[in-house]
Design a protein around this ligand. Structure first.
Ligand code: ZN
Length: 326
């Protein structure tokens, strides 16, 4: 087991029995604080500092090593997606950035450097995210879909699994010839032998999503052998039966990103803010103030739409997904 220093804002829970090495983060995107709430609830229930998670703590109901914490604490404090406004933490995990002193000056990149070794050392990583549109259901985002990803996804009661491949790397200028080079936390974990995925909990301002997400994370941690029932009892939650029963799952692939030209975009209809909305090629999603139309470039499903409140800052308007296996 690698003996690595624990990064800031991370608590290490270690067990008395062997088990997997697992990391769970909330707040990789600083304005997605519902995930932070899940982490804080767990730490609080264990009697640990939930504002500044830290230290190494032994629990008999933990197996192996479980690291819980806040991805980008300074961005969380400011309630912004990233600190720099240039590249958020979930676009920093690439050798191209870590090896460039100029890139390393970015505050978000510095945080990535603090986290990269621990993420490279884990068996499992779960990144708790949420989206900016209030018309969504929870889903899983990942950058590769191995057998182990498929196995772990089954523990989540979600219908939609979205393989983002390298598309998100294009946001920050990374060559997409190698699809496993996305600069995300999860991709970094995958590239170093772990199994990483993002759980998109729902709308970023909808804190009513946190009790269920908490139950789901506890259920998943138990299924992968990271925690025992005693842990769940200590947190004081009962897992809803709808979480443990198998959900039919569909895997989609991200194929296209509509960039935001920041010219006061307006949706042509509210329904275009609905995640997983099936669309046909050429549908008018909306119009910029200067009259330029934004239409879908192919058939597919709309995902990761900019919520109306984020249209002024979100670098993308929407993404298009298609079924992975057609
Ligand atoms: Zn996010």
């Amino acid at each position: 087991m690698p003996n690595l220093p624990i990064p800031r804002y991370i608590s290490h829970l270690h067990g008395t029995k062997p088990g997997p090495r697992v990391v769970v983060f909330g707040g990789t995107h600083g304005d997605e604080t519902t995930g932070v709430e899940v982490i804080r609830t767990i730490l609080q229930s264990l009697g640990l500092d939930s504002d500044v998670p830290s230290g190494s703590h032994k629990f008999s109901f933990v197996n192996g090593d479980l690291f819980l914490g806040i991805g980008n604490p300074e961005a969380v404090a400011k309630d912004t997606r990233s600190l720099s406004g240039i590249r958020d933490l979930n676009r920093c995990f690439h050798e191209q950035f870590f090896s460039d002193p100029k890139e390393m000056e970015l505050s978000d990149q510095k945080r990535a450097a603090e986290l990269k070794d621990i993420l490279a050392s884990v068996n499992y990583f779960f990144d708790l995210h949420s989206v900016s549109t209030d018309r969504t259901v929870p889903f899983i985002g990942l950058t590769t879909f191995t057998k182990e990803h498929a196995r772990v996804c089954k523990f989540f009661p979600v219908s939609y699994i979205l393989n983002v491949h390298s598309i998100l790397g294009r946001d920050v200028g990374i060559d997409d010839r190698n699809f496993e080079q996305a600069p995300t936390t999860c991709s970094w974990v995958n590239r170093h032998g772990g199994t990483g995925l993002a759980y998109e909990m729902g709308f970023q301002k909808d804190f009513s999503s946190t009790p269920r997400a908490l139950q789901i994370i506890l259920h998943v941690l138990k299924e992968i052998g990271s925690i025992d029932d005693g842990f769940i009892q200590k947190i004081g939650v009962t897992i809803d039966p709808s979480i443990t029963k198998k959900t039919e799952q569909h895997v989609f692939r991200l194929i296209f990103c509509e960039r935001n030209k920041f010219k006061n975009f307006q949706y042509s209809d509210d329904r275009y803010t609905e995640s997983w909305l099936p669309v046909k090629n050429g549908e008018l999603v909306g119009t910029y103030a200067d009259g330029e139309e934004v239409r879908t470039a192919s058939d597919g499903l709309l995902v990761f739409q900019a919520g109306k409140q984020t249209l002024g800052i979100n670098p993308s308007i929407f993404y298009l997904a298609v079924p992975e296996y057609e």
